[in-house]
Design a protein around this ligand. Structure first.
Ligand code: E4P
Length: 226
């Protein structure tokens, strides 16, 4: 499984990229608003993320009609070669995805909550599909079970003729809230997990690693003193 960072924060992206395991970034309008982003700065901000990131960077179209989404998608894709256009899973989004995929533009279909949505997204040519886990948990439903069903259903079929030529569809486990979600996503075979920076840090940490390190440092002091 690959790790993407789910943020629009440049400092977080630079830091995570320096760890050597970052494979991509996902942003959305909420994440851009959270860092105080302004509309006029959005294209430059996405370009900067694309420079820092060795891998795909999802930038979301906010239009609601297919023509708006297609126009926005083309503009976003022109910002950098590693831009992926993020499009909500809805009728207008599917139509826009088909047009953009036919033009060779990679699309990440987001806000995906069901197996039928995921299959339609794959058939419309999406390069990535983002089932949301945490938002199911927020309404007391099992987001990991939903993700698992989508992973299995997609693996039952061959979508290689549906999308951009030569590129298969990949599942991005999104709306991830914990390292436990990451574990479960990996065990069920999700291709990618996109995680907030605080969750990525928790994925690196383990209390036994911390305690073991302290013990090694303490014992090495004895060696130095001997
Ligand atoms: C997906 O790419 C979204 O940006 C994200 O994972 C949404 O997560 P949230 O439910 O924490 O907002």
């Amino acid at each position: 499984m690959k790790f993407f960072l789910d943020t629009a924060d440049l400092t977080e992206i630079e830091e995570a990229a320096s760890w050597g395991a970052l494979a991509g970034v996902t942003t959305n309008p909420t994440l851009y608003a959270r860092i105080g982003g302004k509309l006029a700065d959005f294209p430059e901000h996405i370009k900067r993320i694309c420079e820092i990131t060795e891998g795909p960077v999802s930038a979301e179209a906010v239009g609601t009609t297919r023509s708006e989404i297609i126009a926005e998608g083309r503009q976003l894709a022109a910002l950098a070669p590693n831009v992926v256009v993020k499009i909500p899973t809805m009728i207008e989004g599917l139509a826009a995805t088909r047009t953009l995929a036919n033009e060779g533009i990679a699309v990440n279909m987001t806000l995906c909550f069901s197996v039928p949505q995921a299959i339609l997204a794959a058939r419309s040519g999406a390069r990535y599909i983002s089932p949301f886990v945490g938002r199911f948990d927020d309404i007391s439903e099992d987001g990991i079970e939903q993700l698992s069903q989508i992973v299995v259903a997609l693996s039952n079929y061959d979508f290689s003729d549906s999308g951009v030529s030569g590129q298969s569809v990949e599942v991005i486990a999104a709306s991830i809230r914990s390292a436990q979600h990451v574990t479960q996503a990996a065990l069920m075979g999700a291709d990618i997990a996109t995680v907030p920076f605080n969750v990525l840090k928790k994925c690196v940490e383990h209390p036994l690693t911390t305690n073991g390190l302290l013990a090694f440092e303490k014992d090495w002091e004895k060696v130095i003193q001997a």
